[in-house]
Design a protein around this ligand. Structure first.
Ligand code: DLL
Length: 434
């Protein structure tokens, strides 16, 4: 099957991609210098002008942008065009509650639809598919991004929207849904609900899916495929500040996510020194938008930890750079007894075990002797007896110990007992004394 949406652009020779990138970077730099007071001021402080950006290497001279910068200028202070030219906004609310708001022009919506169509095509969506979109339609970018991309391909979109898992399953039966999207952990939840109401997800027509918005380990992917009897599932990455979903997706080789370099320029830095790390070394992804009109961003610090792979041509034929799956956010990394732990390391262990259910979390506390304690609370797939529960706890404890180097407590709880608040799974609950 031809899984390209724009074959020419997706397989463009790297030399041509670089030429396009420098041209677009220069245009972006001029645009923000002229129109965004925040960037104008930063350029003056750094004693640079747009004409100093002569090659892609000169990107290092440009200032970084952080979420705090966006909050300080919220909601419309970072716009590079007048609000009259914008036709839609989206927002992500973070920890402080001030939402980061992004405004889109017609052109921005067009580019977003295009990159989403490329991601969906790469994952196997075609115009013959019935595409169900179980994501809340609202200021969160997820639902609209998938919706625009699937429509661009010509699939039949079922905009099933927020939650109501039983209804989602009935819609799948009724319309013969073949492809689903969503937040990674919700795909597992949906499969469980199907079982609870007596529907075997494998007997539905759903054969494929594209999921993201949170850590998506190989183990979770396998779990989802087995549960739904899917032929394949793919991982999609993105963030509100760039457009929403659509920045990158993994191709059928499943060894990295192709990032659309004609629209985004990616760097990988050491989050402490802010210096670039070597190719294939882990660091924080930093992304510059190359074609945005509404709210272009220079060197945006995503906080997402990944590696950028060496740019060999991929077996799939695409020439755009690949990065590893996101390991976690630098702000999700916890340091416990001197060890850095990402929730993904624990999830990889849990998802391999067939007795583990759909949800889990890490609870951090301080013991009487002031030591940090970690309890991993894990739902079992079925209700377990006392002896089975103890055996599973012991087994998981030993397995987790091998990846995080100390022994956590493990508590098994019955299915569907860990609260599911919010759209994305909350994996870390920190009750430690500060
Ligand atoms: O989560 C956009 C999105 C929606 C992506 C649907 C994919 C599917 P935000 O709410 O702004 O936007 O959150 C962005 O979520 O910085 C990452 O930390 C995390 N994230 C997104 N996709 C992935 C992924 C959307 N595939 C933040 N793997 C990002 C791991 C992801 N983390």
């Amino acid at each position: 099957m031809d899984r390209f949406f724009d074959h020419k652009m997706e397989t463009m020779p790297r030399r041509r991609i670089k030429e396009l990138q420098i041209k677009r970077l220069q245009e972006t730099v001029h645009r923000v210098y002229r129109n965004v007071p925040y960037y104008h001021k930063r350029f003056k402080e750094l004693d640079i002008t747009p004409s100093d950006i002569k090659s892609l290497e000169d990107i290092h001279r440009l200032p970084f942008t952080t979420k705090d910068d966006l909050r300080d200028n919220a909601p419309f202070g970072m716009l590079a065009t007048s609000l009259d030219n914008c036709i839609e906004l989206h927002a992500s609310s973070g920890t402080t509650g001030i939402p980061v708001t992004v405004c889109y022009t017609w052109h921005d919506i067009n580019v977003w639809s295009e990159v989403m169509a490329r991601c969906l095509s790469m994952s196997g969506l075609t115009k013959k598919d019935v595409f169900q979109n179980p994501i809340p339609y609202g200021t969160f970018t997820g639902a609209f991004g998938f919706h625009y991309g699937a429509q661009r391909i010509g699939a039949l979109v079922v905009p099933s929207g927020k939650g109501q898992s039983e209804r989602q399953i009935h819609l799948m039966e009724y319309y013969g849904t073949t492809f689903i999207s969503g937040v990674a952990s919700y795909a597992l939840r949906l499969g469980q609900v199907a079982h609870e109401i007596g529907v075997d997800p494998k007997k539905l027509r759903v054969r494929n899916g594209l999921f993201g918005a949170e850590m998506f380990t190989h183990g979770l992917k396998k779990r989802i495929m087995e549960m739904w009897g899917m032929d394949d599932v793919h991982d999609i990455y993105g963030l509100t500040e760039m457009c929403g979903p659509g920045v990158s997706t993994d191709c059928d080789q499943h060894n990295g996510l192709h990032l659309w370099e004609d629209h985004f320029l990616v760097e990988c830095i050491d989050p402490k020194t802010l210096e670039p790390v070597d190719v294939e070394e882990e660091g924080e992804l930093v992304i510059t938008t190359l074609t945005k009109e509404g709210m272009p961003l220079l060197r945006y610090r995503t906080r997402d930890i990944a590696k950028i792979y060496d740019t060999k041509i991929c077996e799939c034929g695409r020439t755009h750079v690949k990065h590893s799956p996101i390991k976690g956010r630098s702000d999700d990394m916890i340091i416990i007894r001197g060890t850095n732990i990402f929730p993904g390391q624990i999830e990889s262990v849990l998802m391999k075990n067939p007795d583990v259910g759909g949800n889990w979390r890490m609870i951090l506390t301080t013991a009487e002797n002031n030591m940090d304690m970690l309890t991993v609370e894990v739902e079992s797939r079925k209700k377990l007896g006392k002896k089975e529960k103890l055996l599973l706890e012991k087994k998981l404890q030993n397995e987790i110990k091998t990846v995080i180097v100390f022994t956590p407590h493990v508590t098994i709880v019955p299915p569907n007992t860990i609260p599911q608040n919010g759209l994305k799974a909350k994996r870390v609950i920190d009750h430690r004394k500060k």
